[in-house]
Design a protein around this ligand. Structure first.
Ligand SMILES: *Cc1c(COP(=O)(O)O)cnc(C)c1O
Length: 399
């Protein structure tokens, strides 16, 4: 006996969180919260007040009235609520891509004499391109792992790539296509056993998967805030540097914001002893405030509750997609997946276009994948049911 979407929504302890977001569109189902999260109502008010009162009213005084501290204070809030990171190790900065570039250089610099950077061929394009760029700039070699898309980077696959030449390993916690969730603590341990350092890209996990960076002994982490953190298009990223590396890690875009004395205007550069050393230039205050609102919504219910709904909802989605006879490239075991579910179909591009025409927004990923992102704070079971019903109608005539 199947449970109706209405019953599932009634039984969902997070259902009321949907009202905390602006849902003011003409869509039947928005299944792209894993790519661009919805707008929190609190953010709408906060940014309007910031622009009018703080920027408009305080002008340059705003910097000394708190803006200067925001990258670190909001970094600490995000670290505590989403990353399992004690204060002083997380800062809001730049974009994920720029932060990956900084961390690759910082990590490689901590392993002189080792000349390989390890990354999987399934990783997100920007991660792969940056590894290639940094390897070239530093005279290093890229050691590619070629895992199966669904199984992704397992301990066995990783072991084959590690050795005494390995300096740095860059891994995505949740694969952006298959949704496969990697074993962050286990793989971190394996990288350390080889004497190397690991950078975790948390773009598709932070905010929906509980993460314990400190407890796992992770070295570095990075992620974006416009996906499950709901901070808006182009909102700044975050960087985590474990306390033990903080005073040694040197990043390549050392600017006045990473200096020990921001307004000292010193003749010579001295890196800040704190996590501020990962900054470069003037940050986007509006962007950081949006991150803070997104983090607070997650903190209010806790990542554990979000994860519980995500496991149920992705499981339910997999059942519905199975009933349509579609091929899934997402692990069936909830412990091995993040919060999106991906279908492989030769006509994926055309199907996605037809879904969008009918008010269902997933996303298409090359070459033949349709990704359904389930964002537990905003996605309802009614949306999921409508989306899969329409998907069934669209797929049937295509065959
Ligand atoms: C979304 C995403 C990015 C995005 O990088 P930007 O610099 O914000 O464009 C990077 N890596 C992964 C794994 C992602 O999912």
């Amino acid at each position: 006996m199947t449970t109706s979407p209405h019953e599932l929504d009634s039984a969902d302890p997070l259902a009321a969180m949907r009202d905390r977001f602006v849902i003011d569109d003409d869509l039947v189902a928005y299944l792209d919260g894993n790519s661009l999260g919805r707008l929190p109502r609190a953010t709408l008010d906060r940014l309007a007040a910031f622009v009018r009162e703080e920027w408009g009213g305080r002008l340059i005084r705003g910097w000394s009235e708190g803006w200067v501290e925001l990258p670190v204070t909001v970094g600490d809030e995000l670290g505590a609520a989403l990353l399992g990171a004690a204060a002083g190790q997380t800062v809001i900065a730049d974009s994920t891509s720029v932060c990956i570039y900084k961390l690759l250089h910082a990590a490689a610099g901590l392993r002189p004499g080792r000349d390989e950077i390890v990354i999987d061929a399934t990783n997100f394009p920007t991660d792969r391109y940056l590894v290639e760029a940094v390897a070239e700039a530093r005279g290093m070699t890229v050691r590619w792992i070629e895992p199966d898309l669904v199984d992704n980077v397992t301990a066995d696959v990783l072991a084959g790539a590690l050795g005494d030449r390995t300096a740095v390993v860059l891994l995505s916690h949740v694969d952006y296509r298959s949704g496969t969730l990697l074993d962050l603590p286990g793989l971190t341990e394996a990288v350390h056993a080889a004497g190397a350092l690991v950078i975790w890209d948390l773009c598709h996990s932070a905010g929906v998967v509980p993460i314990a960076l400190d407890a796992s002994g992770a070295d570095f982490a990075v992620g974006c805030t416009y996906k499950y953190v709901n901070a808006g298009p182009g909102a700044p990223a975050y960087v985590y540097v474990a306390q033990r590396h903080l005073t040694h890690a040197r990043q390549p875009i050392e600017g006045w914001w990473s200096a020990a004395d921001l307004f000292g205007m010193s003749d010579t550069y001295e890196a800040s002893p704190s996590i501020r050393r990962m900054l470069s230039g003037t940050p986007s205050v509006a962007g950081i405030l949006a991150v803070q609102e997104g983090v607070r919504l997650i903190a209010e219910v806790g990542v554990e509750a979000i994860r519980a709904k995500s496991e149920l909802m992705t499981g339910h989605a997999i059942e519905l997609l199975d009933e349509l006879g579609l091929e899934l490239v997402t692990p069936g075991d909830a412990a091995l997946r993040g919060s999106h579910v991906t279908v492989r179909h030769p006509d994926a591009r055309a199907i996605t276009a037809q879904l969008i025409e009918r008010g269902v927004v997933p996303d298409f990923r090359e070459p033949d994948l349709i990704r359904l992102g389930l964002s537990p704070l905003t996605t309802s079971y009614a949306e999921l049911a409508a989306a899969t019903r329409i998907l069934g109608e669209v797929v049937a005539p295509i065959g």
